[in-house]
Design a protein around this ligand. Structure first.
Ligand SMILES: [Zn+2]
Ligand SMILES: [Zn+2]
Length: 219
């Protein structure tokens, strides 16, 4: 029952650190296998003898241990382990890269532009505009590219002169100018403030210890 998926060069088979498990769970870690996410949310598991397709959501595998003995086979277990350990993307995600640094990250299947943890600001985080030096507060991190997203007057974010130095493929980050927000009752209120859109790398993240020590409302 060899599956006939022999596509391009498969990844090298590897083992996972032995954590003392026995039975199928132990073999799932110790036996050399290569796991690769396929486009349809299934995984191709390449062992020394055979290749099988595992469907994690359906909890199925093509191997005899599963199809005949209905066991939770070592291939199924191995895929679950690799997903849990961040070695392969979970169902619904694929291999991608951070739009700013190019580091590999898992991203949702489908179009969109994404950032790694180091380059993705949080909603409500203070950032500084590299062009004007202004302090801003992030209100939303989108997955729309700067060369695809338009402002109200129909201009692409990436086409603004001040955005030329930043990647058009980067996701748009929305932010408000802190200087225009009202400080009242010891709080900074940004409700109703106009949201401006920027390519992600134009906004530099600011260390928390040098940001205004004011609670923010209205983000
Ligand atoms: Zn199996
Ligand atoms: Zn990055």
């Amino acid at each position: 029952m060899t599956h006939s998926v022999h596509t391009t060069a498969s990844a090298a088979r590897r083992t996972l650190p032995d954590d003392g498990l026995t039975g199928r769970a132990g073999r799932a870690r110790r036996e050399p296998m290569a796991v690769r996410a396929l486009r349809d949310d299934t995984y191709l598991v390449d062992t020394e003898h055979d290749s099988y397709v595992v469907d994690l959501d359906a909890r199925s595998c093509e191997c005899p241990d599963h199809t005949i003995r209905h066991a939770r086979c070592k291939h199924l277990r191995r895929v679950a382990m690799e997903v849990n350990e961040g070695l392969v993307p979970p169902p619904g995600e694929r291999d991608g890269v951070c739009a700013v640094c190019g580091d590999p990250i898992f991203v949702p299947v489908g179009p969109g532009s994404y950032l790694c943890g180091a380059h993705r600001p949080a909603r409500g985080e203070f950032v500084r505009d590299r062009e004007s030096g202004s302090l801003l507060l992030v209100t939303r991190v989108t997955t729309e590219r700067a060369d695809e997203r338009e402002t109200e007057d129909g201009t692409l974010i990436a086409d603004y002169e001040s955005n030329r130095e930043y990647g058009g493929h980067e996701p748009v980050v929305e932010a408000v100018y802190v200087g225009r927000a009202e400080a009242a009752d010891g709080r900074l209120n940004v409700a109703g403030q106009r949201r401006y859109s920027f390519p992600a790398s134009r906004l530099r993240r600011v260390p928390a210890d040098v940001t205004p020590n004011l609670p923010v409302v209205g983000v």
